[in-house]
Design a protein around this ligand. Structure first.
Ligand SMILES: Cc1ncc(COP(=O)(O)O)c(C=O)c1O
Length: 370
């Protein structure tokens, strides 16, 4: 049986009518930039995350960039983050003129390791960006307790929570992405920043419109980082379905865990399943296992038509564009090892039980044939 990594048509079919109607309303209104659709979404999203404010922006990348710009982070500053994340997390730091400082991750959850971060805090440190990777919340409080500014990269983790609170609601700001394949996905690029800080929210609103606090008056330089009204309307229309989609992802993860255990794959250490942890609510934007002989397994699955992905094959500290930062292989061994072992399996909400069975049985077949 062929299994798709994500089937957008299957995902959208049940909600097409409501979303089409929301799109038509925006088209009829003629308000494509700002306006009621955007304001409504911002209120709904702030309520969802449990923060005072949500400022909508053009993407998750721009959420990170505009947050750092609004905080005045730039040349001469350092921002500590994970090397095991999507490029945007570190790329945005560099775009402000600041220097990314990479700390290592914890092996079980792939999250930033607070001890490794603390060893790298210096007088130039302006902020820490923990990444709530794959849908599981990373620790935030150790950094807040140390008096550091924390920007949560919650791009993959809408609705996730942990013992400290909701993803995007604990640090100074939370940065979300609504890229179509995210748990809450727009029909294009979109993002948001959540915060409880009224000054930061106001500065962010200026930053997303070229730093203008009043039309054509610019006390600072910003960019065009606005969310389209059409995307806001799509996201508001989808929001009532988010909890159900998340529950379906969690059910799929539970099914994987059961089937992997039944097949004996997890007990033999061939496949290490993603952990959730007490007090955590994992939203499984990705279902990522560690697999022995990962690349051979990938090739085998691809041959069988079972789609899969590797997030991420190369850690950020070893990316060519960051070579001037001077990192070398072996500097952050846990992140480097993760890059060689991780494998993301299909987990989208509409995935069928037979499809999950087909994935696990193909993996079982691969290891039996070794
Ligand atoms: C961890 C992380 N940070 C930032 C981003 C950037 O979001 P966007 O693609 O909406 O710009 C993503 C998106 O894939 C992400 O996964």
């Amino acid at each position: 049986m062929k299994v798709r990594f994500f089937d957008m048509q299957r995902h959208l079919r049940p909600i097409r009518k409501v979303v089409d109607q929301a799109i038509n309303e925006v088209v009829d209104s003629g308000r494509f930039i700002g306006g009621p659709a955007v304001e409504r979404f911002e209120q709904e999203f702030a309520d969802l995350v449990g923060t005072r404010f949500a400022v909508s922006v053009s993407s998750g990348t721009d959420a990170l960039l505009s947050t750092m710009m609004a905080m005045g982070i730039g040349s001469g500053d350092e921002v500590i983050t994970s090397p095991f994340t999507f490029f945007a997390t570190a790329g945005s730091i560099v775009r402000t003129g600041a220097v990314p400082v990479f700390a290592d991750i914890l092996p079980d959850t792939f999250e930033l390791d607070p001890d490794s971060v603390m060893q790298r805090v210096g007088r130039r440190t302006r902020a820490v960006i923990p990444v709530h990777l794959f849908g599981r919340m990373a620790q935030v409080e150790p950094y807040l307790d140390a008096g550091l500014t924390v920007i949560e990269d919650a791009a993959q983790s809408v609705l996730a929570r942990g013992p400290e609170g909701n993803a995007g609601g604990v640090g100074s700001a939370g940065c979300f992405s609504f890229f179509p394949a995210k748990n809450l996905g727009a029909f294009g690029d979109a993002g948001a920043v959540t915060t409880n800080d009224p000054e930061l929210a106001a500065t962010l609103r200026a930053v997303r419109t070229h730093g203008a606090t009043k039309k054509y008056y610019h006390p600072m330089v910003g960019g065009n980082f606005r969310m389209d009204a059409l995307q806001a309307a799509v996201l508001s229309a989808e929001m009532p379905f988010l909890q159900g989609w998340t529950d379906a992802r969690r059910n799929n993860a539970a099914t994987y865990a059961r089937l992997f255990n039944e097949a004996g794959l997890s007990n033999q250490g061939l496949v290490t399943l993603p952990g959730e942890g007490d007090g955590y609510f994992h939203v499984y934007n990705q279902y990522v296992v560690r697999a022995q002989h990962r690349d051979a397994l990938r090739a085998f699955l691809n041959d069988q038509g079972i789609q899969n992905a590797v997030y991420y094959p190369k850690p950020l500290h070893l990316q060519e564009c960051f070579k001037d930062l001077g990192y070398k292989p072996g500097d952050l061994p846990r992140a480097e090892q993760a890059c060689n072992e991780v494998l993301a399996l299909p987990v989208y909400p509409e995935l069928k039980r037979e499809e999950i069975e087909a994935v696990v049985s193909a993996i079982d077949q691969f290891y039996k044939g070794l």
